[in-house]
Design a protein around this ligand. Sequence first.
Ligand code: GCW
Length: 666
Amino acid sequence: MKETGRWTQLWLAYDSRRDMGNGVYFAQVFFDGFDIMDHRIQNAWAELAEGLERMLGISPVNSKEAPADGGFIVRRQEGIKAEGYGIIQEDGILTLSAADENGVLYGVFHILRQIALEEPLEGVHITCHPDNPLRMLNHWDNMDGSIERGYSGRSFFFENGEILVDERTRDYARFAASVGINGVVLNNVNVKDQATWLITDRYFDKVSEIARIFEGYGIRLFLSLNYAAPLELGGPDSADPLDKAVISWWKEKFTEVFARIPNLGGFLVKADSEGRPGPFTYGRTQADGANMLADLVKPYGGIIIWRCFVYNCTQDWRDRKTDRARAGYDNFIKMDGDYHDNVILQIKNGPMDFQIREAVSPLLGGLMRTNQMLEVQAAQEYTGQQIDLCYLIPLFKEVLDFKTYCKPELDTVADVVSGRTFGNKLCGMAAVSNTGNDANWTGNDLAAANFYGFGRLAFSTSLTAEEIASEWVGMTYSNDETVKQTIVRLLMGSRETYEKYTSPLGIGWMVTPNTHYGPSVDGYEYSRWGTYHRADHLGLGVDRTDTGTGYVRQYHEPNASRYNSVEKCPEELLLFFHHLPYTYRLKSGKTLIQHIYDSHFEGVREVEEMIRVWESLKGKIPEDSYALVRERFERQLYNAREWRDQVNSYFYRKSGIADEKNREIF
Ligand code: GCW
C-alpha cells in the first residue's frame, strides 16, 4: 500500500515551488546518445516528469529531435568522469552531459534540487563528479524484521524470514540515488539464522527483484556474508580459508550466486568480531580470509569489503594493558599490502565505536598499501537514537578533514578514502543506515538530515555541514529564510549540545548497557567490552600515551606527539588520551571537575533553548512534523536531565569537590 502524507517522501516531496524561470527549458526534452529504454534513463525521466509536474506544474515532453531553441538536452559525452555530470545553460538550452547513466540520474536530481531550492538555472555552468568511488549504505536489518540498532521501526527489506518488495523498496532507492548512493548492503553484518541462507535458492528470486530495482537507480546490491556459511549450509565442516574443500565450496557458491542475482557488487564481511566466526578460528590471518573470498568473486567483478572491527570483547576490566582502541590497528597493520586488489578494508571512523567524540582511527592513512573505506554510523546508536537531535554531518566532516600525515600532501582522511592519496579505485565511504519502516523513514523527521547529508557528503566531501543542512531544509520544509535559518541553527548546534550533557572530553560510553540510550556511568566499567573511563576519587581518563597503553604511537607524526602531550592534545579529546586529576586546569582556566559540571548544566539549558527555538516554528511548518519533533524534544530534555544529574552526581561523589556555583547536584 502506498503511504500518503508528505513525510513519506522525505526531501523528494516536491511541493509547489516558485518557478524562477526554470520551467521554460522543459517543454522539450531530448536524449542524445542515451537509450531511453534503459532502466536508469527511464527512472531519471520519470523523476524529472514527476518533480516538474509537482513543483512547477509543468509536464515535460520527450522530443525526438534536438530542440533548436528552448529545451533540455541530455547528452552522452565522453571525457566526463565516471558517474559525473555537467550542466550548462546557454542560448535558451539547458544541457546535461554525462558519461554514463548514473551521471544522468545524478544530474537530473541536481536540477530538481535547484528547482526545489528555487535557484534559477539560468546561466548555470557546472561540472560535478563524485569524490568517492563507493558511496554505500549498510543496513543492519535482520530477516525477522528487526533492525540491530534501528530506531525507526522495523525493516522494510525483511519480515518473518521473508523478503519484502514493495513501493518502499523503490522509494528507498530513489532517495538513495537522489543523494548519490551507489551501493547498498541489504542485511546486518551479524549474519545469523535465515540471513545465512540469503545466498541460497531460498531467496534468490526476491533478492533479485530488489537488485533490479536498485539497478534502475544506479545502486549495486551487496550482501553481508556469514563467514561460517560452509558449515551452516551443508558444506565442509570447516571455514578454514586455506582448506581446499572450503575453497571449492565457496567457488561453487559464488558461481551460483552471481548467476542468480543480477547487479550484485559483492559482499561485506564481519569476521572474528563480537562472536562472529572468522579466519582466526583456524589460526589464519584476516588477509587469508579476505583474499580467499576475493579471489573467488573476482571473475564476476565482485569485491569483498572486510570490516576492521576486530577486538577482544572478552577482556578483563582489571587488565589495564589491553586497550580496545589499539585493536583494529594491531590486527590489520601487519598485513598492509597483502590484501588482494578487490578487497577493501572498512574502518570505523574511530578506534572504539561511533562515540559522540573519539579520536580518528589510526588505520585510516595508517594502511598505505591497502584499499580502505571509511565507515560512519548514521543510525544514532550512541548519539541519541533519533529521539535526541544530533546532526552528524559536522562529525563526519571532522573525520574527513583529519590530517593523517601519511604523506606530505593529500593526506586527509577524505583524500585517503577517495583514492586521491594512494591512487586506489576501490575505496569510499559507508554509513550504517538510520532508516526503518516508520512512515517518516528515520523516526525523528530531523534525523532524515543525516541520511540526506551522508549521501551528499560522500558524493562531495568539500560541501560544508551547513550547506548540506540548508539544502535539506529547503527541500524538505521550505525556502522561507526564517524556517531555514532556524532549523539549520538547530541542526548545527545539536552535536555539541549532545556532547555537553553526555560523556565528557572524548571519554565516551557511560551509557546504559545493551540499549545504549541514557546514562549509566559505570554501566560498562566492570564489563568485558574494553570501554572504561577509569574514574577514581582523584581523576579520570584512559592513559593511551607512552606511559599508558602506547596507543598514541599508532599515529604518524606529528599526531603521535601531539596526542602524547597533555598540553598539545586537543582538549575535546583530553580524556580519550590522558588520565587526569579533577583539579587539572583546562585552557579556559576551569578545573576538569568544574568543566564537567558546567558543560552538563549548559547542555540541558541548550536543549531547553532548542525547544523554544523549535516552538517558534509553529504554524510555519507542517503541523504533523512540528508535533512529532516537539514530542521527541520533550524526551530529549528528559534524557539530558538524567545525564546531567547522574554524571554530575557521580563525579561529585567520587571527587568530593563541590560545584563552584553551588548548583543542585545529588
Ligand atoms: O557498536 C556495535 C554495536 C553492534 C554492532 C557492532 C558492529 C552490528 O553495538 O550492535 O553489530 O558495533 O559494528 O559490528
